[in-house]
Design a protein around this ligand. Structure first.
Ligand SMILES: Cc1cc2nc3c(=O)[nH]c(=O)nc-3n(C[C@H](O)[C@H](O)[C@H](O)COP(=O)(O)OP(=O)(O)OC[C@H]3O[C@@H](n4cnc5c(N)ncnc54)[C@H](O)[C@@H]3O)c2cc1C
Length: 592
């Protein structure tokens, strides 16, 4: 990562000093923030980066009983916990430090860039702990959340089943109520990250299941806490619960994180003398999905951050290579003159500038979204806090998807910059690419995010949240117009595209046929995502305006690149949406 860029985004753009003045965060100042970022960089470099390749080459193994994982993973997680990172963003009443989420996300970018496979155990555990801290009972918090924050227990999110991936409405795992108020769970899950291992004393699964007679569809889903080992009231580990693995999945990348197919309640263990996985209801029956969304929304910013960090580190690595590697000469140069570095060639500069505009744009997007989380939690004015939450709702599918698409494209370009070397395992870029390819798939696929944005977040909401977001863009454009020059020109371009998006959104809202409306929701997601990132480049352009030095010149150049070569891609996507093209809707599957 670039510490210079993180400092710029947090302090010169997002106004983190003002944030730190709010009561919730007043224990912190610029020095503590700097200390956290220093520590993250040091720990990521010393404990996470060194085994990144080894984790890929030695993927987790399952012998039918136990999952074996490279020991360095456990040591890194222990160091992470000992440094207090899991406590950093949590509430003071849980012993947390109430560090702003935007600062925490900036710190976490170092860990993802160093080794996203190991880092994702921390992401899952912290998101599960956060969910339980928000929706769990005091007893659940005491018995499960505190050990998770101490690094003794880890967490999972167990939603998917083989027949129910994108369509959670179709999950079949059963939860049968018991006379003592607990439940017994029976069913098979699929794709569960961190589903079994020996990295922690216990694993806390957050499992979606149905109670007997629950309504069909998502309205009949409840959420349960199912530990691998039962925990006594004093916190002591008890019997093994009835959760085992059917197997593990062998992945293209992201191999450091074990991915599992857990089986609940098939009698492999008999806690209390009977089969069935003991589970505890979290929240109310049939209200599991909205509660789970606490974790999923956080995880979606986390996925965006992971994609961003992989794109960012790939960019920096290909840039270093392009500065070093001598190859060829300028067109027309004397062949007797020395070869020039790759970075001298305009085509290489194109690929570097594209990566810069994607990676730094994505970082601005993830930090902006986590700043909205901070605003929702810390603004005094309830109306302003509610607005932050609403804007975040619209941006959530975008912060998950845009970095997953464009920072993967950045990794692709980074490989290309290195030429043959980029295609070898001697360099990290092919690994970053394989790791990053997951991000368009998990946590709701790219296509599902498009339908969430257009269907739920925009049309079902009557455009209210989108209107607030576009209002923020209009404010930026007005500021840029007042500054004039290049910023003013970018502002005019942004305004014109916002105007078109509003028109197309209204058109889609009036189409009526839901199948047709959502047929090209992915184009809507990608067009809106590009528009949002163009806006954030204009914001950065303004923050860098009238500042001197290569760093600020670089910001202006990347903004210029984005407005000249990326924003124009939105036009054809909006044209497609405005044509209500039926080719995919009317297609007979036999024609394929
Ligand atoms: C490495 C990895 C880690 C994961 N970790 C976890 C985890 O920890 N916990 C967990 O619960 N799950 C996890 N998942 C599951 C992940 O969230 C699912 O893979 C994802 O939701 C897609 O489900 P699926 O694989 O069944 O694909 P499907 O749902 O079958 O989708 C296949 C394709 O069809 C498209 N599609 C599906 N439905 C529609 C529709 N209605 N309209 C249009 N297009 C549609 C999708 O966009 C996709 O392109 C993980 C997956 C992987 C690969």
């Amino acid at each position: 990562m670039s510490r210079r860029d993180l400092d710029f985004l947090l302090f010169e753009w997002l106004g983190t000093d003002d944030l730190l003045a709010r009561p919730r965060f007043r224990e912190h100042d610029r020095d503590t923030v700097s200390g956290v970022l220093d520590l993250a960089e040091a720990l990521a470099t010393s404990h996470f980066a060194p085994h990144n390749r080894a984790s890929d080459l030695n993927e987790p193994r399952f012998d039918g009983r136990v999952v074996e994982i490279l020991p360095e993973v456990g040591l890194a997680l222990q160091a992470f916990a000992e440094a207090g990172f899991p406590y950093a963003p949590m509430d003071a009443e849980l012993g947390g430090a109430q560090l702003p989420g935007s600062v925490f996300i900036a710190a976490m970018s170092w860990f993802h860039a160093a080794n996203t496979g190991t880092t994702s155990y921390t992401l899952l555990t912290m998101a599960a702990a956060n969910l339980l801290a928000t929706h769990g009972t005091p007893d659940q918090v005491q018995r499960f959340v505190l050990p998770m924050l101490q690094g003794r227990f880890s967490g999972t999110m167990a939603l998917s089943e083989s027949q129910a991936g994108s369509s959670l409405a179709d999950i079949t795992t059963r939860a049968e109520p018991q006379p003592d108020g607990t439940y017994r769970l029976f069913g098979r899950k699929m794709w569960i990250s961190g589903g079994d291992h020996e990295l922690s004393e216990n694993i806390v699964h957050l499992v979606l299941a149905r109670t007997p007679g629950a309504p069909v569809g998502t309205r009949g889903i409840s959420l349960f806490l199912v530990p691998k080992y039962l925990v006594g009231p004093g916190g002591s580990l008890g019997e093994r619960n009835d959760v085992v693995l059917a197997g593990i999945n062998h992945k293209m990348g992201f191999r450091g994180t074990v991915n599992t197919a857990p089986v609940f309640g098939d009698g492999a263990f008999t806690p209390g003398g009977q089969p069935g996985a003991v589970g505890y209801l979290v929240g109310a029956e049939n209200r599991g999905l909205p509660v789970m969304f606490t974790m999923m929304n956080e995880a979606r910013i986390g996925v965006g951050l992971c994609a961003t960090a992989l794109g960012y580190t790939g960019y920096l690595k290909s840039l270093a290579y392009a500065r070093d590697r001598l190859q060829g000469r300028a067109p027309g140069a004397d062949p007797g003159t020395p070869q020039v570095p790759l970075v001298d060639h305009p085509d290489i500069r194109r690929m570097l500038l594209a990566q810069k505009s994607y990676a730094e744009g994505a970082l601005a997007l993830t930090l902006y979204c986590s700043r909205l989380v901070d605003d929702a939690a810390s603004l005094d004015d309830p109306e302003q806090a509610a607005e932050a939450e609403k804007v975040l709702g619209v941006l959530t599918p975008i912060v998950k998807s845009w970095p997953s698409q464009w920072c993967l494209a950045a990794n692709d370009l980074a490989i290309q910059v290195l030429g043959g070397a980029g295609y070898t395992r001697d360099f990290d870029l092919e690994l970053h690419y394989r790791d990053n390819r997951l991000n368009q798939i998990h946590e709701g696929t790219h296509g599902i995010q498009g339908m969430d944005l257009l269907g739920r977040k925009v049309l079902l909401d009557g455009g209210a949240g989108l209107g607030l977001l576009l209002g923020r863009m209009a404010t930026t454009a007005a500021r840029a117009q007042a500054v004039g020059g290049e910023c003013g020109a970018h502002a005019a371009q942004l305004r014109a595209m916002v105007y078109r998006l509003v028109g197309v959104t209204g058109f889609l809202g009036g189409l009526g046929d839901p199948r047709l409306v959502l047929a090209d929701a992915t184009a809507y997601l990608e067009a809106t995502g590009h528009l949002v990132v163009a806006w954030l480049w204009l914001e950065q352009c303004l923050a860098a305006d009238s500042m001197e030095g290569a760093f600020y010149d670089g910001k202006q150049a990347a903004a210029r690149y984005f407005f000249a070569r990326e924003l124009p891609k939105v036009g054809p996507m909006l044209d497609l949406l405005a044509s209500a093209d039926r080719v995919t809707v009317d297609l007979d599957p036999d024609w394929l």
